[in-house]
Design a protein around this ligand. Structure first.
Ligand SMILES: [Mg+2]
Length: 226
């Protein structure tokens, strides 16, 4: 089976391509301590995968100006990036070979993430897979975070691929919901175990796997064609 039209895979970053959760958690704990507020595991669970503007609204419901939230967000991201550079980061199992296989099969690929561009560029630099990507869409490129479909629709637009010919790889319910709302098929990955197989299926995933090593570029192509 061949495609006459271009097809694409849109990758979530945190929890799908790399596991940076603890680095983010540590940075939030330190930032919130400096602002006189604890940051708990429950706070993390409620906010992980969301854009900073929405996270600050959640953490400081009494109100923090947009400018102050942006300033504090940059402090948190600077701490996160310094720790990531120091400790290093590796692609999750199967990610590198799936990316290479997809490129070989002719898929276009992009990142569709809630993270700030600086974080995405750092991960791409440390993992060396940036050359396989045709676009990278992050926090600054969208106005509404997942589960809104904007991030994936923007990725498809930048690659020049119709949403119906895109597939999303995601670890989070909000991301699967975003893919579904964008009219894209999706595969859920439970490797980092933040979300259950049942919750990802309920959000609209076509398939859920334990790790990316369980799927091939051909599986992805067949799913889009089907
Ligand atoms: Mg994620």
């Amino acid at each position: 089976m061949t495609f006459l039209k271009p097809w694409a895979v849109l990758w979530d970053m945190d929890g799908t391509l790399v596991d940076t959760a603890e680095l983010h958690f540590d940075a939030w704990v330190r930032l919130c301590a400096s602002l006189g507020r604890p940051f708990t595991r429950d706070d993390f669970k409620a906010t992980f995968g969301r854009r900073n503007p929405e996270i600050f609204q959640y953490l400081f419901p009494a109100g923090m100006t947009e400018a102050e939230a942006a300033r504090q967000g940059e402090i948190k991201e600077t701490m996160y990036r310094a720790a990531t550079r120091e400790r290093g980061v590796e692609l999750l199992p199967g990610a590198r070979s799936l990316m290479a296989g997809l490129a070989q099969e002719g898929a276009l690929q992009a990142i569709g993430s809630s993270a700030p561009r600086g974080n995405l560029e750092l991960i791409l630099e440390l993992t060396g897979v940036g050359n396989l990507l045709g676009a990278c869409v992050g926090m600054e490129d969208t106005r509404r975070g997942k589960p809104d479909p904007e991030v994936f629709l923007e990725g498809a637009r930048r690659l020049g691929v119709e949403p119906a010919h895109c597939l999303v790889l995601e670890d989070a319910v909000a991301g699967i919901e975003a893919a579904t709302a964008a009219g894209m098929r999706s595969i859920g990955v439970t490797f980092v175990a933040h979300h259950s197989e049942a919750s990802l299926m309920a959000a609209g995933a076509a398939k859920v796997v334990g790790s990316l090593a369980e799927i091939s570029a051909r599986d992805v192509r067949h799913l889009i064609a089907g």
